[in-house]
Each structure stands twice: as structure tokens, then as C-alpha cells.
Ligand binder design. Structure first.
Ligand code: NDP
Ligand code: 2IT
Length: 449
């Protein structure tokens, strides 16, 4: 029999041939397949022909036209996507991303990651992702509303509380979920709260959902540090991004006594020697929808804005890439390692390039991959679905406790799985294999579909 490593390599080559011009999808697939050889050796039942082929081929891919009119009456045409990747463990679940860089390859990479992440939560959710190349930046509320209504006019026929449950991601937050939910309700004439998550708390949303991804990423970092006998208290932290995930990463770090000193957007980064003033940053980002450059202008002498730079130039003991894919490369990793970084927790999806991951691991830096470290967001989405199904609303305290328990469990299963397969401390291998085992077991039990 062919060695599993050779077989996985030739499967990967075939996947790349069949899906040309999708570099992010190739990267996400490769990162998973490169860690699976030990599990194929130990458990030959996974080596059945067709399993990996099915796992890497979405169950359904929907691409549609989204026409809308701006405030001047000009018509724009965007492209909408929903990739329903795998429903072996539950309804497709995953966010919607509105960003000009979105194409089918990006949505497929995110959907593929989501399968394993959602499996790690243990909450019975399959993997999916969607979005559009629409750029919400600089658009009025009315324009965003018309875009969301047009997007949902097509999407509504594909989703449902037992079928596919979208949520937010880059460019999609509470405002967009509101407009999307309104249009879904109008078209279907149903109060079907569980069709979307990330809703407002007054109309079916869960407490702590906006905070959950960032909070969870910090909790995951705390677990990794604890394994090394270390804590977060008093540690300097570098955080990238200034959106939903970054803001609540900073908030949780401050609550746990750490000292976040950076944030960023696509124009550059801010470093604040006194530590980020979160009220000011939230005012600029959440209320004014402004840029981080404005933070430095208003904060005074302790902060400066570095146009075009990357936060990883700043020394920090813990690092939280929380903006977008491939934002932390090999040179950035070398700089962080030289500055003495102890742990890296991926709040974003695939923000660290494969070479940078390898450098961190070789240097003995605890590295939490996104599919484990940022799973708190989708986990609380699943808790929102539970509350919707029971027509109940949990307290913040209850949701926070559940989130903490889920992040602890995810850390534990990743750690144990890595040890079991001879890779102690390698959370990438642990997360990929633990997620894979859960999905593969369900797929094998449910037959060739
Ligand atoms: P937001 O839209 O709230 O914020 C995105 C942030 O990342 C902004 O600061 C944005 O800057 C920056 N950014 C986005 N694209 C780029 C780019 N191409 N280059 C440089 N900076 C960029 O999104 P979220 O905070 O929700 O998402 C951040 C990351 O976290 C994404 O990878 C997402 O997939 C992941 N994630 C999100 C979850 C959630 O619950 N929201 C759950 C799990 C993961 P700018 O405004 O200049 O574009
Ligand atoms: O990448 C992600 O996990 C998300 N954007 C959240 C998905 C969700 O369904 O809450």
C-alpha cells in the first residue's frame, strides 16, 4: 500500500489541478492534509478511497448576481457567494464576508477551515461560508441596506434554521445582519430567528456574541501559556486589525491584566505606549466607522500612527493576528521571535503564512491556529441557535461561562490529540486531526453522499 504521505500529496496535487486560480483554498487544504499522515497510518479506515476527495469538494456552491442602486441612482452589480461545504455534523454554519477581495477561492478556503473549526466546538454544526465582493467602506447606511436586501433576495432560498445559518465576518456586523434578517423575514413571512446569528439582543441575538471571537482567542492564549506555567497578567500584547475581533481581543486582554499596545487597519498601524484606550478606539471604529489613524491624532503624545507598516514590528510577549489572511509572514515571525514572543493566537482565519507557522513552532513559540483559537465566535453562534430553538435568552454571565468552558475543551482536545499522534505542543496538528476525526467519522457512518 502507498504510504499515506505520498497518497495525501498526490490527492493534494489533484485538488490543486481541479481548482485552478484559488491560492487561498490550496493553502488551507495543504495545511490540513500535511498534518493528516499520522492519523491515516494509525487508523486505516480513513484511507478508504473517496473520503478526502469528498471532504475537499463542497456539497454545493452558489454564485449569484447582486444588483443594487447607490444613493445617486447608479446601478452596481456585485457577485454573491455561498459555499455549503459539509453538513455531516449539522446545518452549514459560517459567516458572510463583504470585502472587494472576496472570490470563490477565498470563500472556499474559509468554508473549508470552518468545517474543522465547527467540529472542534462539539456543538453539531457543519461548515459553510459566503459573502460578496461588495465594498461597504464609504457607503451610506441606505446603500448598505439596499445591498443587503438584494443579496438576501437571492440567498433566502438556500438558507434556513435547519439548512444553512450565516452570520458575520469581515464587513458584516450587527448592522448588516439586521438588514439581512429583515429582508429574510419579509420574503418568507416567517419569524425564524435561528436562520442567522449575530442578531441584536432585543430580537433573538445572544449576549456576548459580538465579544465572543476576541474573548475566545484570548482565553485560548491563556490556556496555551498556562501549559508553560505562564500567565497573561502584565504581559505586553500586539494585536492587528481594529474590527470586531481585534476590539474584543483588546478588551479581554485588558480585563485579564495584559497590556495591548497596538491595533491596525489596511492603511497602517497604531502603537500606544500607554496601552490602547479602548473607549476611544470603540468610539472611532464602532460609532464613527472611522480609521485607526484618527485614534493617534486624538489620543495625544503616547500614540503614533505608522502608515503602511505592520504591527509585528512592535515588540510584544503575546501576538494576536486579528485582521485577515496572510497578514503575518516569515519576516514578521522572525521579528516577533527576536523580540521574545511567547504565544501567538490567531483571531483571524489563516493570518499566518505556512512558513511563519513553521518558524514559530521551531522556535518553541506556542501557536494557536485559527480553527481552534477563533472558534469562540461560531461557538456562541451555536449557543444563539440553541436559545432561538428554545425561545429563551441566557444571561451574559451564562454565555461567558459556556464560552470559557468551550475554549478550555478545544484547547484540551487539541493538546491531547497532538500528544496522541506524537506531536506534543503542536496545536496545528492537534486541531486538524481532532476536527478531521469528528467529521470523517460522521461521513463514514452516513455513507457515500
Ligand atoms: P471586521 O470587518 O470587523 O474588521 C476587519 C479588520 O481587518 C479591519 O481592521 C480591516 O481594516 C482589517 N482588514 C480586512 N481586510 C484587510 C486586508 N486585506 N488588509 C489589511 N487589513 C485588512 O472583521 P472581523 O473583525 O469580524 O474579522 C477579522 C478576522 O477574523 C477575519 O479573518 C475573519 O474571518 C476572522 N473571524 C471573524 C469572526 C467573527 O465572529 N467576526 C469569527 C472568527 C474569525 P480595513 O477597515 O482597513 O479593511
Ligand atoms: O470565521 C468564523 O468563524 C466566523 N466568521 C463566525 C461564523 C459564525 O457562524 O458565527
Amino acid at each position: 500500500m502507498k504510504d499515506p504521505k505520498d497518497r495525501l500529496d498526490s490527492l493534494r496535487a489533484g485538488i490543486e489541478r481541479r481548482n485552478p486560480a484559488q491560492p487561498e483554498f490550496h493553502q488551507a487544504v495543504r495545511e490540513v492534509l500535511d498534518t493528516l499522515a499520522p492519523v491515516f497510518r494509525a487508523r486505516p479506515e480513513y484511507a478508504v478511497p473517496g473520503l478526502v476527495e469528498r471532504l475537499t469538494e463542497p456539497e454545493r456552491q452558489i454564485v449569484f448576481r447582486v444588483p443594487w442602486q447607490d444613493d445617486h441612482g447608479t446601478v452596481h452589480v456585485n457577485r454573491g457567494f455561498r459555499v455549503e461545504f459539509n453538513s455531516a455534523l449539522g446545518p452549514y454554519k459560517g459567516g458572510l464576508r463583504f470585502h472587494p477581495s472576496v472570490d470563490i477561492g477565498v470563500v472556499k478556503f474559509l468554508g473549508f477551515e470552518q468545517i474543522f473549526k465547527n467540529a472542534l466546538t462539539g456543538l453539531g454544526i457543519g461548515g459553510g461560508k459566503g459573502g460578496s465582493d461588495f465594498d461597504p467602506r464609504g457607503r451610506s447606511d441606505a446603500e448598505v441596506m439596499r445591498f443587503c436586501q438584494s443579496f438576501m433576495t437571492e440567498l433566502h432560498r438556500h438558507i434556513g434554521e435547519h439548512t444553512d445559518v450565516p452570520a458575520g465576518d469581515i464587513g458584516v456586523g450587527g448592522r448588516e445582519i439586521g438588514y439581512l434578517f429583515g429582508q429574510y423575514r419579509r420574503i418568507t413571512n416567517r419569524w425564524e430567528a435561528g436562520v442567522l446569528t449575530g442578531k441584536g439582543t432585543g430580537w433573538g441575538g445572544s449576549q456576548i456574541r459580538p465579544q465572543a471571537t476576541g474573548y475566545g482567542s484570548v482565553l485560548f492564549a491563556a490556556e496555551m501559556l498556562q501549559r508553560q506555567g505562564l500567565g497573561l497578567d502584565g504581559r505586553s500584547a500586539v494585536v492587528s486589525g481594529s474590527g470586531n475581533v481585534a476590539l474584543y481581543t483588546i478588551e479581554k486582554l485588558q480585563k485579564l491584566g495584559a497590556y495591548p499596545i497596538t491595533c491596525s487597519d489596511s492603511e497602517g498601524y497604531v502603537v500606544d505606549d500607554k496601552g490602547i484606550d479602548l473607549d476611544l478606539l470603540k468610539q472611532i471604529k464602532e460609532v464613527e466607522r472611522g480609521r485607526v489613524g484618527a485614534y493617534a491624532e486624538r489620543r495625544g503624545a503616547s500614540a503614533r500612527f505608522v502608515p503602511g507598516g505592520r504591527v509585528w514590528e512592535v515588540a510584544g510577549e503575546v501576538a494576536f493576528p486579528s485582521a485577515t489572511q496572510n497578514e503575518l509572514g516569515a519576516d514578521d515571525a522572525r521579528a516577533l521571535i527576536a523580540s521574545g514572543v511567547k504565544a501567538v493566537s490567531e483571531g483571524a482565519n489563516m493570518p499566518t503564512t505556512p512558513e511563519a507557522v513553521r518558524l514559530f513552532q521551531e522556535a518553541g513559540v506556542a501557536f494557536g491556529p485559527g480553527k481552534a483559537a477563533n472558534a469562540g465566535g461560531v461557538a456562541v453562534s451555536a449557543l444563539e441557535m440553541s436559545q432561538n430553538a428554545a425561545r429563551s435568552a441566557w444571561t451574559s454571565q451564562r454565555v461567558e461561562e459556556e464560552l470559557a468552558g468551550i475554549m478550555r475543551d478545544i484547547h484540551q482536545v487539541c493538546h491531547e490529540t497532538a500528544e496522541r499522534y506524537g506531536a506534543p505542543g503542536d496545536y496545528v496538528t492537534g486541531a486538524n486531526i481532532a476536527g478531521f476525526e469528528r467529521v470523517a467519522d460522521a461521513m463514514l457512518a452516513q455513507g457515500v453522499i
